[in-house]
Design a protein around this ligand. Sequence first.
Ligand SMILES: NC(=O)c1ccc[n+]([C@@H]2O[C@H](COP(=O)([O-])OP(=O)(O)OC[C@H]3O[C@@H](n4cnc5c(N)ncnc54)[C@H](OP(=O)(O)O)[C@@H]3O)[C@@H](O)[C@H]2O)c1
Length: 253
Amino acid sequence: MEINLNNRVALVTGATGQLGRVMVRTLSRCGAAVAIHTRSNPAVAAELLQELTSNGASGCIVQGDVGDLDQMTAMGERIRSVLGAPDIVVTNAVSQIFPWRTVLEEDPADYADQFRTCVLQNVHAAKVFVPAMVEKKWGRFIGINTECTIQTLETQSAYVSGKKGMDGVLRVLAREVGPAGVTVNQVAPGWTISFRDRENGTEDQPDYTKHVPLRRRGTDQDVANAVAFLASDLAGFITGAFLPVNGGNTIPC
Ligand SMILES: NC(=O)c1ccc[n+]([C@@H]2O[C@H](COP(=O)([O-])OP(=O)(O)OC[C@H]3O[C@@H](n4cnc5c(N)ncnc54)[C@H](OP(=O)(O)O)[C@@H]3O)[C@@H](O)[C@H]2O)c1
């Protein structure tokens, strides 16, 4: 058995970020033509596209703000004209708030910001991309959530409120489009090792991993592997799932 995404078109939002670029490479290696989305990093998007095409794969670049329906619509039109309508959509982009603050200290604007990139991104992507999946009677919508949604730890309220809202949208969407053969799932990474940690030598975080049953941090590839599986025919009977990829860090009591 193998994960075969030949003849599939995929979109990864936030594809030039830490986890997105590995999702792009992985979906491409599985055979998909991948639309690489960036908001403000066209140079990295171009490098990624070059990497795909030099391996004989197809792809394209789309740029825009996922919180804006008109920009998502324009991205959809471009992907359709270059690669065809996406069969697989991975909503991975997120606006990063730094530093996180307590509810009493967090700026109310930060909650609105998280609502835009977590909730509205998914609403916009559903409106723009799911109708063609429904028509084709095959589609994979994969939202990238976070273990923080389960943990609800101090200072995470803006991020968690956005991601919990996204979770609500996607669980309902799974019910609504399931009859048309479209699955909607979420992957929820833990604190994940990416190129940034590898460059900075910050992979080891013992205070975090001592609580993780598998005693390590996940990698960007661990997350991308789960995305590739959910994107494939092998996951055709899974929908509405919220899959933590965090070494068991949030095993329910
Ligand atoms: N990294 C982790 O340890 C971790 C853990 C749990 C969950 N996650 C989840 O995994 C996903 C990826 O995280 P990451 O660490 O890879 O994040 P990241 O490196 O910050 O990448 C996120 C990307 O989102 C894009 N973006 C932000 N606001 C946008 C907007 N309004 N419109 C369009 N694009 C926008 C940015 O694109 P530009 O650079 O082009 O502006 C950025 O590259 C997120 O959903 C995050 O919540 C990550």
